[in-house]
Design a protein around this ligand. Structure first.
Ligand code: ZN
Length: 328
């Protein structure tokens, strides 16, 4: 795997490749973007290119064949340090150990590359010497900090790094990656991608939970919504997972179902559905519900999701949602 094989992130990759080709690689970078989006992966390809022994390196990419590239791929290269959080975050001892390692020249590579993941989760007692290291790292050393949230990084650290932003990937790209690199079929890849918020890592992380969501049952409950009693709604809400995160995922899935229903309602010629496997169950619902009531339900669902994300009482919020849905 090299830069050329990465799907998406063309802007950060172009910036890094240009820096290599123009010999303008700086000492410290901050890769900023949401969890699972591919920052660590790009950082590793950057480390490979900086150390690659092949001709491709001069053109800004790794050859993927030389001993250096292979060692980095197998996490065996002594000059590539990958520092990951222990427990809640990066600990003081890890930073001290990193600085000790950086004091030596690279063992065999052209550059020592230190990738510090979770730079937004560093302990409060991180030594001040880190600032000095970021500003003036030892010769032939590149430090790459990875973070999801810039507000949790000390301004003094931020100001010492070149910021490279990673934006969420478009849904079709995540879907393509899931199919080509991970072997998902088209339907599942499409569903996971649409719930991934543009993060391939998140798509993989939620796959098991998504598989366990009884999507067909959800739809059938909606079809019978008008005849649902208070008790039935209560027991339906009771049957949902109590963990807020899982519940939010179910609501996100419900949102994609409503989106499919709107598509079925408005596009007569075979719209591309996220839940294409459930088209038989969806068609009667799309027929029964008017477009305005579908859109109204979408809005209620959206507001409920926001309320639950903001720590509202989940049972009350869901019951209120189902009751207003039942109004038609
Ligand atoms: Zn190489």
């Amino acid at each position: 795997m090299a830069f050329k094989d990465i799907i998406g992130h063309s802007k950060p990759i172009t910036l890094l490749q240009r820096a290599i080709k123009n010999e303008k690689v700086v000492n410290s970078y901050l890769f900023l973007g949401s969890e699972g989006i591919g920052k660590r992966y790009v950082a590793l390809q950057f480390a490979k290119t900086l150390n690659c022994l092949g001709e491709e390196a001069e053109r800004g990419d790794a050859c993927d064949r030389c001993s250096s590239c292979k060692k980095i791929d197998h996490a065996l290269h002594p000059d590539i340090l990958l520092i990951e959080p222990i427990g809640q975050g990066i600990r003081k001892e890890q930073v001290i150990e990193m600085q000790r390692e950086l004091a030596y020249r690279p063992y065999e590579g052209k550059h020592r590359v230190c990738i510090l993941t979770a730079a937004d989760r560093m302990a409060h007692d991180i030594p001040n010497t880190l600032l000095k290291t970021l500003e003036e790292p030892p010769l032939h050393t590149v430090i790459i900090l990875l973070a999801n949230n810039s507000r949790l990084i000390l301004p003094t650290i931020l100001s010492r790094c070149q910021l490279i932003r990673f934006n969420p990937l478009p849904v079709p790209l995540v879907s393509r990656w899931l199919m080509e690199s991970k072997g998902f079929d088209e339907a599942e890849a499409g569903l996971l991608a649409s719930l991934s918020e543009g993060s391939p890592g998140k798509a993989l992380e939620i796959q098991e939970e998504i598989r366990q969501i009884p999507r067909e049952e959800l739809l059938k409950d909606w079809v019978g919504l008008k005849s649902l009693s208070f008790e039935r709604i209560g027991s339906w809400v009771g049957s949902l997972p109590s963990q807020r995160e899982n519940l939010i995922l179910i609501l996100e899935v419900a949102k994609t179902m409503l989106r499919d229903l709107v598509m079925l309602k408005t596009l007569k010629k075979g719209p591309k559905l996220i839940h294409s496997d459930l088209v038989q169950v969806m068609e009667p619902v799309a027929t029964r519900w008017s477009l305005s009531s579908l859109l109204r339900r979408m809005e209620i669902l959206h507001q409920t999701t926001l309320a639950i994300k903001a720590n509202a009482n989940t049972s009350l919020a869901l019951e209120a949602m189902m009751l207003s849905w039942a109004e038609g």
